[in-house]
Design a protein around this ligand. Structure first.
Ligand code: SF4
Length: 381
């Protein structure tokens, strides 16, 4: 399949690995920011093929995983209302809130529906004028343009029973926060190619300069990731810290101007809490005042919700690259995709889910003995 098979070529992968081995002279720690990259790395065993000097640290780039607990609990409270049709991508349905998840709300009679686009939710609102339709608008810069478009269309078409519960997050402030943490070991970044296809690369040179780290915009197939690693290691060995685009088939420096215009019209930058990490300044988007009428937090009374994370869950450390999922005592025992304690075990981009799916039998030998039921993994990305 064009653009997929050709980026899985084993001979080219060996050549890239040989180049990385030939250039590396000392230990380097690189962070892949995106959960999609993490899954590709673990699935294809890329981290195990690299020379031992090159360590990959998994970053917080799983949107489901970093959606804050209070926002999940607000979603649960809104979804339980009898006048609401609550729409979400499938990944969110099993994300644990303080005492339940959206599946539980659905089982208890809530009208919770999986949609594949916010425009599907808008269509539901048009067809059900006597109900309130809420779309759970989570995600990084990648999902923001479509969510902005849905609100833009709702206003243009005069659809007033449609709102977004917005929990958008932005990558560059998260990189800045990770690099500013005292315990940070990251020396270079593989930036998320799909985020940069929307936003471009303009936000990264200042970060590379401030923290003196290479930032290589990287795709998601095995050869994309190896090429990103090769370029990052090459820069580190030469003492450089530049932004490089290793994903030119999708990313241009200026990003996607139409998508950027839509985001700018509908959203404004705000501080945002990241689940497991905490507040990060200017790391999110919210609806502007002009679109406040389409804000579910504004329309429904969801203030004052009290949240509580399970004490055993170490997802915050996983998301910051401080531990690997298998170092969590709950991994594969009390925490599995069927009984998740944290969102990183639920999401198709979560690091704990990746290790459970691809490494449970090898990286956690004490917990061997049961097969991994494929159906435990949520197929909706
Ligand atoms: S394995 Fe489960 S409990 Fe442990 S950090 Fe991951 S999600 Fe949390």
């Amino acid at each position: 399949m064009k653009y997929i098979d050709e980026f899985n070529d084993p001979d080219l992968a060996r050549r890239l690995l040989d180049e990385i081995r030939a250039s590396v002279t000392r230990p380097w720690a690189l962070m892949e920011v995106c959960g999609g990259q993490t899954h590709s790395i673990i699935r294809h065993g890329i981290d195990q093929l690299l020379p031992e000097e090159v360590e990959l640290i998994h970053g917080p780039g799983c949107p489901v995983c970093v959606t804050p607990l209070d926002m999940i609990d607000k979603a649960l409270a809104i979804a339980a209302r009898r006048d609401v049709i609550f729409c979400s991508f499938g990944d969110m349905l099993r994300v644990p809130g303080t005492d339940r998840d959206l599946f539980r709300v659905k089982g208890e009679g809530g009208d919770v529906r999986v949609v594949y686009s916010p425009l599907d939710a808008l269509e539901l609102a048009r067809r059900n004028p006597d109900r309130q339709v809420v779309f759970f608008a989570i995600g990084f810069e990648t999902t923001a343009p479509a969510n902005a478009m849905a609100v833009h269309q709702a206003r243009r078409q005069g659809v007033h029973n449609f709102t977004l519960l917005v929990s958008h997050v932005r990558v560059p402030p998260a990189i800045d926060a990770i690099m500013s943490a005292p315990a940070c070991r990251v020396q270079g970044f593989l930036a998320a190619g799909h985020v940069c296809s929307v936003m471009g690369t303009a936000e990264y040179p200042d970060l590379a300069e401030k923290h003196r780290v290479p930032v290589v915009v990287t795709g998601f197939e095995p050869l994309d990731i190896l090429e990103g690693i090769r370029r990052a290691v090459h820069q580190l060995e030469r003492g450089e810290h530049r932004v490089e685009n290793a994903y030119p088939r999708a990313v241009r420096e200026q990003g996607n101007p139409a998508a950027l215009r839509m985001i700018e019209e509908v959203f404004e930058v705000t501080d945002r809490n990241w689940r497991g990490i905490g507040p990060i300044p200017v790391s999110g988007w919210r609806l502007t005042d002009a679109f406040r009428a389409y804000d579910a937090e504004h329309r429904f009374d969801v203030a004052g919700i009290r949240t509580e994370e399970p004490a055993a869950c170490r997802a915050g450390e996983v998301l910051q690259g401080l531990i690997k999922p298998t170092e969590c005592a709950a991994f594969g025992t009390t925490c599995t995709p069927r009984t998740p304690l944290g969102a990183t075990m639920v999401s198709s981009e979560g690091a704990c889910a990746a290790y459970y799916l691809y490494r449970r039998m090898t990286d956690a030998p004490a917990r061997q003995g049961s097969r991994i039921p494929q159906e435990e993994m949520n197929p909706v990305g």
